[in-house]
Write a protein that binds this ligand. Structure first.
Ligand code: COA
Length: 171
């Protein structure tokens, strides 16, 4: 996020977001709804990745949720862990992060496909998320539409502009 979100948010916003809305939501891991992508470092990316060629590294992560929380790690006060109803509610797409050295290689898209398939298998027809401004073009490219502008509260009067986006699965 310090790399790819730098053009959308200030360093002050990003550091405050790391202490509040970002961070690991261990409920996603406990639910088995969080995915990680690994890759072998090759000559082309070894400098940007700050890793040696041949190393296996974590290059992306992202998940989905059957719970009401729209965003926020364990430390975030606005959490609501109660379960959604797949018939009436939208599953939440959560916490997508790709390493800058591997951006625009389809990794985020692959993780999103895995999330949509798993949420579909759990009975959800609709999906939504609180997208960062950085995420908006990515989700738009994947068929999501902007529903409303929102602001995540970061404390000390700071806010992070985000966009609630959604999609209805076909079929
Ligand atoms: C958003 C993010 C996860 C996308 O991951 P990614 O692996 O780079 O995405 P993909 O390569 O699968 O992109 C698929 C398509 O989305 C669109 N897209 C992705 N990033 C884009 C960008 N910065 N600008 C414009 N379009 C973009 C493009 O249409 C792209 O296809 P293309 O590369 O063939 O043109 C990544 O930029 C990221 O980690 N950003 C920082 C963290 C963040 O803001 N996450 C969103 C949280 S809601």
């Amino acid at each position: 996020m310090r790399g790819l979100q730098a053009r959308d948010y200030s360093p002050v916003q990003l550091e405050a977001a790391l202490r509040t809305v970002y961070g690991v939501d261990t409920q996603l891991i406990a639910d088995g709804t969080y995915f990680a992508a690994e890759a072998v470092v090759d000559e082309a990316v070894k400098d940007a990745a700050a890793e040696s060629s041949g190393a296996l590294v974590l290059v992306g992560c992202g998940g989905w949720s059957k719970r009401k929380t729209l965003y926020g790690g364990d430390q975030f006060a606005g959490r609501e862990d109660s379960l959604l109803d797949p018939v009436t509610d939208a599953a939440k797409i959560r916490a997508f992060f790709v390493h800058p050295a591997w951006a625009r290689r389809g990794i985020g898209g692959k993780i999103l496909e895995a999330c949509e398939a798993a949420a579909g298998a759990a009975g959800f027809r609709r999906l939504e998320m609180g997208a960062t401004l950085t995420g908006v073009p990515f989700y738009r490219a994947k068929g999501y539409v902007e529903l409303e502008a929102a602001e995540a509260q970061l404390g000390n009067g700071l806010t992070l502009p985000i966009v609630r986006m959604g999609k209805t699965r076909s079929g």
